[in-house]
Design a protein around this ligand. Sequence first.
Ligand SMILES: Nc1nc2c(ncn2[C@@H]2O[C@H](COP(=O)(O)OP(=O)(O)OP(=O)(O)O)[C@@H](O)[C@H]2O)c(=O)[nH]1
Ligand SMILES: [Mg+2]
Length: 380
Amino acid sequence: MVVAEAVQVLDQPHSSTYIGMGKVQEIANLVTVFHADLVVISVDLSGSQARNLENECKLRVVDRTQVILDIFARRARSFEGKAQVKLAQLMYLLPRLSGQGIQMSRLGGGIGTRGPGETKLEMDRRRIRQEISNLRKIVDDEVERRSVSRRRRSRQGVYAVSLVGYTNAGKTTLLSGLARRLGDRQMDAGQNRIFDTLDPTSRRIRWAGRTFVVTDTVGFIRDLPHHLINAFRSSLEAVEEADVVVHVVDASSPFIQEEMETVYQVMKESLAVHAPVLTFFNKTDQLSELNLTGDVHANAWIAGSALEEETIIKLMEKLDELVGHKIRMHLRIPFDRSDIIAILDQKGLVNHIQEDGQVYEVEAEVDEREAWQFAPFAGV
Ligand SMILES: Nc1nc2c(ncn2[C@@H]2O[C@H](COP(=O)(O)OP(=O)(O)OP(=O)(O)O)[C@@H](O)[C@H]2O)c(=O)[nH]1
Ligand SMILES: [Mg+2]
């Protein structure tokens, strides 16, 4: 429960406490008056800033990253999700411990005057580094396992669709709606809380004779610290390898523009997205009038509600259109045209390849719209 709030407007943060000394005193007083248990500050603090504030307030002070990590920790369900959160927490902790270490060794003076405190710190740091490397291994193994299964899927002509969007936009609701109507299995509907989904969850959807694997991802949020995005890289890799990315937008949000900007910023700065983007303006049932004008960043857009069957069907029709049709081609490619092989390979279109005299014999599955560039090599 929030017992008191304080706001400060400053051109520049103070280096030692972030907020000004007067404000620190005000907060320290509020802590005493209200018997507060915790001070939360909605910015990112350096280790020494956090320590200085704690010393002044005589209470634990948590910053924005810690709050996000705490929520993440509560939401993670799978083994991998938990490992990712733990990894992010330890990586957050490590430089803060080091900061303390530097201070202490300065206090301790020259060689041979190390205090017991520092030895313990060094042990802590070593232990944390060891745990970080264990967790990295767990996460990397999982990434590898998923990438193998993705390669297998792409060979089988299964289309990968990734849902991205601001937290609470309705991604999980959409995926559960899709799965309920068109999928193989039931799943729980989304909850009205931020960062509800941390673990990458995929569902197989059948539509018009095609199979789509739709993957839910962690919600984005304004000013999500970069190291946190990196911690969730493995969940976000699905986005980079998708055939189509669906950007789910809460069209009823008063901050719709900022939220969409945030998502595109994360996609641009932290993810290499190659696939076409379909923007889905969700929750239109909450709007009294529809005046959406589309999305310049996207290849296509639709509007509706993830809770309605009609919308689900409209979405699938659009997805089907966006992935296009694939044609099976038998190609004979001369050795000096390895550039063509590279294009095919990069897109994961090659089913089978063998050398035969002066040419590569290639069995490929090519998108209808791209078939023209391989047509000169088609034939028996
Ligand atoms: N009225 C209305 N509510 C919706 C619609 N779609 C989703 N919601 C609600 O919006 C809330 C958030 O939905 P989620 O599906 O959990 O959102 P999310 O994008 O998965 O959120 P994170 O996992 O935190 O990123 C839930 O309470 C849903 O019931 C819709 O079309 N109309
Ligand atoms: Mg979700």
